[in-house]
Design a protein around this ligand. Structure first.
Ligand SMILES: [Zn+2]
Length: 622
């Protein structure tokens, strides 16, 4: 984990004083008159107990799961607060009669825990030496999720582990609206059409349609997959008012067009499951046929998004770790999950949420690719993407290839992931709506499919002075260090249930300016971006809070001015967002999942524009 204040947590000096005052006054009360409550005027609400802007932000990147650690099959947990015994833990012997009985004072809550020494504990202590570690629970056999009418598919299944040779299924829209045209320059045209330069040399602008763009991005993606992991299986499904299941394209496609079928959840699920073997060949074997097929596909007619995604997910039912790319520009208007009429919307919302939950249970990620200038009803599809842990790309023809295939690199690391963040008992979380546990010091978040590029930021703060003063075992002025622990429970690629225990510590200091001099403001800014994106997704933006953060970041000397500008821009965008306008939804959604990517991307754009305008300036002078 990485801290906004680097290795230091900030505590307000007046808070420290206040805690001491309360402690003293309580002592006096105890000694003199217990009933005289008027003797405690200091307990009045103090401004300093309010939230301030500071660097107390904790960052956890999912990619840290990629670093190797020791695997241990033992767990020692504090009996009071669920903190695990860790690399910083110390033991001592209190009992001189029994040297095998050790005491461990929990780093979070100070609880005394007794540990009886034996060989396996000695082994555990030796392994732990200064390292984080993973507890391996026994191999878990995850049952295939039950569908209402399908009770016979719950046999334990070893195929459910994440396979290195997973399946990528492109599920793309070929409805009439995909014929919408764009004008692009020569270079973009050649790239999208994948043709050599044989066209009219005098022409400056060329027409491409949306389907051309999607196809070219799929070409490029397939080429990347073939080069990097030729054993991956790649499948195609296209949809308009009919669904064509091409699979790996080696055999004849299956066409589904009966309107009754397209509205039947169970039947569509069954069709998907029955046709899972249509994606059998690796991309190495199917490449030529797949490219040829893709080339032939043209756009017309309506849009059966719901039925085709339902088939797609069922085709991948036993292929945990697989990915679906749903590429569409439009309104679902054919079959189940239709969004054309207002009276369908509630029902369809439930449908897409259900699909998302199913994807999560099966360890499948659904990504959405849509167009920048299109107000497609992605709010309703969003729920599905969110549940599955997928990404959204809103692309324009010039950049489609880059944007689209960026997602290819965001791999699933774990499924059924649960994040538990344990703070010291003096600390709690800031701005979290959900219920906290352990008197506010523990936050548990279920994140389902966790992917390499996902990031999590948590703001934390000290509890009220009164609360901290009530801890008899804590002398705030004598505390030098506080401990943080993150436990990530997940199912790894070998289908093992793992708990990784990551423990870290910071000093605490009242010297705000000194902390800010050495702070990690990337973590702070990304944390704020993530939080605001989160709030904007719920239409809960607080403008005062945004202004407060802008002010705070702007006054920092060690952030360069262009970064400050970019930060202001991103944050201000959230203020203007009304999520019913779908464009903003994807903007917020992406910032929420991976803010550091957004910040980096904007910085790049900024540098590019800057050098462009410098060139213009230079041209003018000449
Ligand atoms: Zn404890």
């Amino acid at each position: 984990m990485i801290f906004g204040g680097n290795d230091t947590t900030f505590i307000n000096e007046s808070k420290v004083k206040k805690i001491q005052e309360i402690k003293l006054s309580n002592l006096n009360e105890n000694n003199e008159d217990k009933n005289d409550k008027s003797a405690a005027p200091i307990l009045n609400k103090n401004k300093n107990d309010k939230d301030t802007k500071d660097t107390n932000i904790l960052f956890f990147p999912i990619s840290s799961l990629l670093t190797k650690t020791d695997k241990i099959d033992k767990e020692i947990k504090c009996k009071k607060c669920n903190f695990y015994f860790n690399k910083y833990s110390k033991t001592y012997s209190e009992n001189t009669d029994n040297k095998d009985l050790l005491t461990w004072n929990c780093e979070s809550c100070n609880e005394k825990n007794l540990i009886t020494m034996n060989d396996s504990i000695t082994n555990f202590f030796n392994k732990l030496d200064k390292n984080d570690y993973e507890i391996v629970k026994e191999k878990s056999y995850i049952e295939t999720p039950k569908d209402n009418n399908n009770n016979n598919n719950t046999t334990p299944n070893d195929n459910l582990k994440i396979d290195n040779n997973t399946t990528i299924l492109y599920c793309f829209d070929i409805s009439g609206s995909m014929n919408s045209m764009y004008m692009v320059d020569r270079q973009t045209y050649l790239k999208i059409k994948n043709v050599p330069d044989i066209i009219d040399k005098n022409k400056k602008y060329f027409r491409v349609n949306r389907l051309d763009c999607i196809k070219s991005a799929i070409y490029e993606g397939v080429n990347i997959i073939k080069e990097k992991n030729p054993n991956t299986k790649v499948g195609l499904i296209s949809f308009n008012s009919k669904i064509n299941i091409y699979g790996d394209t080696i055999n004849q496609p299956l066409k589904i067009s009966n309107p009754e079928t397209l509205n039947n959840y169970d039947l569509l699920s069954e069709i998907g499951q029955k046709n899972s073997d249509k994606i059998n060949c690796s991309i190495n074997e199917s490449y030529d046929s797949l490219m040829k097929q893709l080339n032939k596909i043209e756009a017309n007619d309506c849009t059966a998004i719901g039925p085709s995604i339902l088939i797609a997910i069922n085709m991948l039912r036993n292929k945990k770790g697989s990915t679906i790319f749903l590429c569409t520009d439009g309104l679902a208007n054919k079959g189940i999950g239709g969004l054309e009429f207002n009276n369908q919307k509630e029902e369809s919302k439930k449908f897409y949420k259900k699909i998302g939950q199913l994807a999560n249970e099966l360890g499948i990620v659904i990504n959405l690719i849509t167009f920048k200038d299109e107000e497609s009803e992605i709010n309703i599809l969003l729920e599905m993407i969110k549940e599955s842990g997928g990404d959204i790309s809103r692309v324009n023809p010039e950049k489609i290839i880059d944007d689209f295939n960026n997602i290819l690199t965001n791999k699933i690391i774990g499924t059924n992931t649960k994040l538990t963040i344990n703070l010291n008992k003096m600390l709690t979380f800031k701005n979290i709506d959900e219920d906290l546990e352990n008197d506010g010091s523990t936050y548990i978040k279920n994140i389902g499919n966790s992917k390499e590029n996902d990031e999590y930021y948590f703001e934390y703060k000290f509890k009220s002075s009164k609360k901290i003063a009530s801890f008899n075992d804590i002398d705030i002025e004598k505390i030098n260090e506080i401990y943080f622990q993150i436990c990530i429970e997940y199912t790894n690629e070998f289908n093992e249930k793992i708990i990784r225990i990551i423990t870290d510590k910071t000093k605490i200091s009242t010297k705000k300016e000194e902390i800010e001099k050495n702070a990690n403001f990337d973590v702070v800014m990304n944390g704020i971006i993530q939080k605001q994106a989160n709030l904007s997704m719920q239409n809960k933006i607080n403008e005062n809070n945004i202004d407060g953060w802008k002010e705070y970041i702007n006054k920092q000397d060690n952030i360069n001015s262009s970064t400050t500008k970019i930060f202001n821009q991103i944050i201000s965008n959230f203020e203007n967002i009304v999520i019913s306008k779908d464009k903003s939804a994807s903007h917020s959604y992406n910032s929420m999942k991976n803010p550091s990517h957004i910040l980096k991307k904007k910085k790049k754009q900024y540098e590019k524009n800057k050098s462009k305008s410098e060139k213009v300036e230079y041209g003018k002078k000449k």
